[in-house]
Design a binder for this molecule. Structure first.
Ligand code: BEZ
Ligand code: MG
Length: 389
């Protein structure tokens, strides 16, 4: 790939259309035009799409890439308000460590865009970036350049928010702890110089104004319940938004994996993936052909589903109910999974019970009793008290 040509012209056209689609969906759901949006950017996804997601961020702000006479990316420029046709929307961007490493020019370009928007001589009600930068400056007593920072990632050499590991290990009590871990790990601002500066309080105050959070899906192979990195990024960020503003913001998925782009609420996306993957016999039988590893994948899906509950609360109760019925409460399937992978199958039952204990899901008494009995049964199998069939 040519890093000097990301985002490409094509990606800019696509990114603009996708950004408008996201705004339209939010308003169709009863929201107003948001003043501030938070998004997660991944490196590999932007390489695949020639930077369509980066272009979305620029489009929301009302900016585009600036190229030098040799066609190399050299910064951002603003699209005039008259051409944009709506106010500039503020965008808080959290980058994966991989994005930061792969796309340093683009990291600085987004910082350039929020800086240019901040200093534009425009009315604040037409330029929410400027409006909020001025408010941050007043709140934090900082210079305007600092108040214009919107790109956050890890410290150099660090990756991820660690929230996926907290969820996997069950090492949290209050969901606020998940938000705090995210802020601690992702609280490094990347400005026009490209050098990160720790600005956790600034990140928190910016997240407090966020009206919706989103991330793109770029590969059919990986959905939001396949990879715990989505929970670590988008989930944890959404939890940090909720902590900062005292109320959850809607979470969306922009699905660009097939032909035309679709915007779904996170809940819709989880419903869809649960139906087409986890509960689809074609999918899970395919997984189970891989024996031990297949059951481990099933377990990962359950953990990831749980992770979305812990970070966003966006999982419908039927998802847990059907997963319980299909893989744990059904005695034949339970024995089968246990024979293939005793540890993972026991963990599936325990994770479902953990969801109950943490009040992320409240099943009826019969289901709960069934899960407890099944968990004991799987524990016995794991210890070899019940021989595998
Ligand atoms: C990335 O490309 O930025 C990325 C890919 C997988 C997990 C996390 C980040
Ligand atoms: Mg895992």
């Amino acid at each position: 790939f040519d890093p000097f040509r990301i985002p490409s012209k094509f990606a800019c056209i696509q990114g603009m259309a996708q950004a408008e689609q996201l705004l339209a969906r939010h308003m169709a759901d009863g929201g107003k035009l948001p003043e501030s949006i938070a998004m997660v950017l991944w490196g590999t996804d932007n390489l695949k799409s020639e930077g369509a997601q980066i272009a979305q961020a620029l489009a929301l702000i009302g900016a585009r890439p600036r190229f030098d006479d040799y066609g190399r990316l050299s910064g951002a420029e603003l699209i005039p308000l008259a051409e944009l046709g709506r106010p500039r929307i503020d965008v808080v961007v959290t980058l994966s460590g991989i994005f930061r490493d792969l796309l340093p020019l683009q990291t600085r370009m987004i910082a350039d865009a929020t800086w240019l928007a901040t200093i534009a001589d425009e009315p604040p009600e037409q330029n929410f970036v400027r409006k909020h930068s001025l408010a941050h400056q007043a709140q934090h007593g900082c210079d305007l350049e600092t108040a214009s920072l919107r790109v956050f990632s890890n410290a150099q050499g660090a990756y991820g928010a660690n929230v996926n590991m907290m969820i996997d290990g069950g090492t949290w009590n209050d969901p606020q702890e998940l938000a705090e871990m995210f802020e601690a790990k992702k609280g490094f601002a990347y400005g026009r110089s490209g050098a990160p500066v720790q600005h956790r309080a600034l990140l928190e105050s910016e997240l407090a104004g966020v009206e919706l959070a989103y991330q793109n899906l770029e590969s059919v192979e990986t959905g939001v319940t396949d990879l715990d990195h989505y929970i670590d990024g988008l989930g944890a960020m959404s939890r940090a938004v909720e902590k900062a503003r005292g109320q959850a913001a809607p979470v969306y998925i922009v699905d660009a994996t097939q032909g035309s782009t679709k915007v779904r609420s996170l809940g819709e996306q989880i419903d869809l993936e649960t139906r087409t993957r986890m509960l689809n016999p074609k999918w899970y039988e395919g997984m189970l052909k891989h024996g031990f590893e297949g059951v481990r994948h099933l377990e990962n899906h359950v953990t990831n589903t749980f992770g979305w509950s812990a970070t966003t609360g966006s999982v419908s109760p039927w998802v847990y109910q059907k997963i319980s019925e299909t893989f744990v409460l059904d005695p034949e399937m339970r024995a089968r999974l246990s024979a293939l992978n005793p540890k993972s199958s026991a963990r599936v039952a325990d994770r479902l019970l953990e969801a109950c204990e943490r009040n992320l899901w409240t099943p009826d008494a019969e289901t709960l009793a069934g899960l407890k009995a099944a968990s004991n049964d799987l524990e016995d199998r794991l210890e070899g008290l019940i021989p595998a069939e």
